[in-house]
Design a binder for this molecule. Structure first.
Ligand code: V47
Ligand code: SF4
Length: 384
């Protein structure tokens, strides 16, 4: 079993060579927030075993061994995109749209109809930013999905997609968000955040909404009573300082609104994109990052390992490093990561497989809805 937390006194022993790390362990024990400088120290000096034990301790304190998942599927309306993010393996420019896909209204509704009678609880709608798919089109999509399947939670559109479609409709962001909410939009996924620092953004995704714009849209959504997720794309050209800056802006935003459901670190995958020359991060760096985010992001209750991007074995391993959510069943409805070289080429897990992944490491599987209400707690984990 990988889940047994070290006692904090054991953690302190590991830390006793560095006063700064010792102070952080003390703060974790007392449930206090760490500073940006301390977050940076963890990235610079925190051994995997040390940060892992602290993160595991926090996750246990918050979730008592429970690990969440949901039953969901994706709709990816198109991979045609007006933007040119260098890390993206998925998008096609409008002039090359014949190499991509553009789903029509009925094709998207057919995807929803495929799940008639099945206990899915969420549809996640995300795609490229198509110059001809506008706000009106997406409002109609939401309205028609809601009419067909009112029990399905509609989570859709990154801040990048929203910023573009609302500006193109010549509406204020607030009015545009209100229209989408009226049409049925209930929450926002976390994509498009990448790394907030402008010097990194300029290199990896120069032409899309900036950090302030991303945060503004999420905070607007929170003000309208919607919830959202937050992501960070890591493991490319960013430095530790940029990660802390990113997480700090999110932590402050969460202090202002409390509207984020979870934080999702996204590992950069390097196949078939303009950053393919950059080596992918090691599993040790991945696990350290999950653990440090759990320690630093003290106002985010949920830390998600998105298994289609990490692969199921690494995702399972993150459960010992502060993660308490594995996203969902997916049912082979997303291409973003398979096109970027992820191991999962047709990502799909049954509820049984997700439960097995969780119980195998001594945790308790819990099916949740999008807002983390518990729908079903599965039998206590059998520790093998
Ligand atoms: O913003 C694109 C990332 C994001 C690559 O909210 C890449 O529940 C790694 O945000 N390597 C979109 N990452 C997907 C997203 C998401 C996924 C799952 C769940 C949720 C949620 C949100 O995908 C983009 C970008 O950061 N991405 N290309 C790549 N080569
Ligand atoms: Fe377009 Fe999103 Fe790919 Fe950027 S990451 S090019 S916005 S699909």
């Amino acid at each position: 079993m990988i889940g047994t937390p070290l006692s904090l006194s054991e953690v302190f022993k590991i830390a006793n060579t560095d006063k700064g790390l010792l102070a952080i362990a003390g703060k974790v024990q007392n449930n206090e927030r760490i500073t940006d400088e301390e977050g940076l120290l963890l990235f610079e000096k925190g051994e995997l075993a040390f940060v892992g034990a602290l993160a595991n301790h926090i996750a246990e304190r918050l979730h008592h061994g429970k690990v969440y998942f949901n039953r969901n599927f994706h709709i990816e309306p198109t991979n045609v995109c007006v933007f040119t993010c260098n890390f993206c393996s998925y998008s096609r420019q409008y002039k090359h749209r014949d190499d991509g896909w553009e789903l029509g209204m009925e094709e998207m509704l057919d995807i929803v109809r495929r799940y008639d009678g099945q206990p899915v609880t969420e549809v996640h709608i995300v795609g490229g930013v198509h110059p001809k798919m506008n706000l009106e089109f997406f409002c109609e999509l939401l309205t028609r999905i809601r009419a067909h399947r009112p029990d399905l939670h509609l989570k859709g559109f990154t801040a990048v997609e929203l910023d573009y479609m609302i500006r193109k409709a010549k509406l204020s962001l607030e009015d545009g968000m209100k229209q989408l909410k009226e049409a049925g939009l209930q929450s926002l996924p976390g994509g498009g955040a990448e790394i907030f620092a402008p010097e990194v953004r300029e290199v990896i995704c120069a032409d899309k909404v900036d950090a302030d714009g991303w945060l503004h849209i999420h905070e607007l959504a929170h003000g309208l009573g919607m919830h959202s997720n937050a992501t960070m794309l890591y493991g490319h050209i960013e430095k530790y300082e940029h990660r802390i800056d990113h997480m700090s802006r999110l932590r402050q935003s969460q202090d202002r609104t409390g509207g984020y459901n979870c934080f999702i670190p996204l590992k950069f995958r390097n196949m078939d994109n303009d950053m393919s020359h950059i080596k992918e991060s090691t599993i040790i760096e991945d696990l350290r990052l999950y653990a440090i985010s759990r320690i630093y992001m003290d106002n985010f209750r949920n830390l998600k390992a998105y298994w289609p991007m990490l692969g199921r074995q690494t995702a399972q391993l993150t459960l010992a490093f502060g993660v308490n959510d594995l996203d969902g069943t997916i049912d082979d409805t997303t291409k973003i990561y398979s096109m970027a070289g992820a191991e999962e080429q047709a990502p799909s897990l049954s509820t049984e497989q997700l439960c097995d992944m969780i119980t195998a490491v001594g945790r308790i599987p819990v099916e949740r809805d999008t807002l983390y209400n518990e729908l079903k707690v599965y039998a206590e984990a059998v520790v093998s």
